[in-house]
Design a protein around this ligand. Structure first.
Ligand SMILES: [Zn+2]
Length: 215
């Protein structure tokens, strides 16, 4: 039964991203055979690293732009299956230079629309994305790569990837390219996590299926 699986515990109050990465740790523990249960609901390594850098780097301005990105994402709700609804806003020197949302599966992702609209202004800008940018080649090239190619300086992410098997890869790609990545917290993070409940659950379930022993 799914709910009896140690990885199937509900998200803790630290937030889905933290819990997701905790799941990632748990998966690693499972593979090493040293899993000790679901009490490891602690801050993720990436977040801990960020925490060590000091207080949250999320400003009220960041929250406001993230709320705008969430509003954009909501325009796609109900049309994006099997993809999540995602919104993106690109801001440079206090001005929105590009924005977009994922309208439908098979259509470009939110980041692609926003980067197209921003054009050269994306260079050195901050991108606000409601969900961790994808890092795989699907029907479209990975958005993490598009953000790197556009030379944005900073990416603020609303919610981390819910699949612990792929979690943080988008973030890793961005950071490897020297882009500052900040994870949203508080109310806006909760809204980003709650935006696509079916998608989030499905990704977690897929991850569970991937680690479940074959019988
Ligand atoms: Zn994408």
């Amino acid at each position: 039964m799914l709910s009896s699986h140690p990885l199937a515990s509900p998200p803790c109050k630290l937030g889905t991203h933290y819990h997701q990465t905790s799941l990632h740790q748990q998966l690693q523990s499972l593979r090493r055979g040293s899993f000790k249960g679901s009490s490891q609901c602690v801050k993720a390594p990436a977040v801990s690293a960020q925490a060590r850098e000091g207080p949250s780097s999320i400003s009220d301005e960041d929250r406001s732009y993230m709320r705008h990105a969430l509003d954009l994402a909501r325009r796609g709700l109900g049309h994006t299956h099997p993809n999540p609804a995602v919104g993106c806003v690109i801001v440079k020197e206090g001005k929105v230079v590009g924005e977009g949302y994922h309208p439908k599966a098979g259509m470009p992702h939110a980041e692609v629309y926003a980067l197209r609209a921003a054009s050269n202004s994306a260079q050195g800008a901050t991108a606000y994305v409601t969900l961790e940018p994808c890092n795989h080649y699907g029907r479209t090239p990975p958005c993490s790569r598009a953000l790197v190619d556009a030379s944005v300086a900073r990416v603020v992410i609303g919610a981390g990837d819910p699949n612990p098997l792929v979690a943080s890869e988008g973030i890793a790609t961005l950071r490897k390219a020297g882009i500052q990545v900040d994870l949203m917290d508080g109310h806006e993070q909760a809204q980003a996590n709650d935006l696509n409940p079916e998608f989030m659950e499905r990704m977690r379930a897929e991850a569970l299926a991937a680690v479940r022993p074959q019988t």
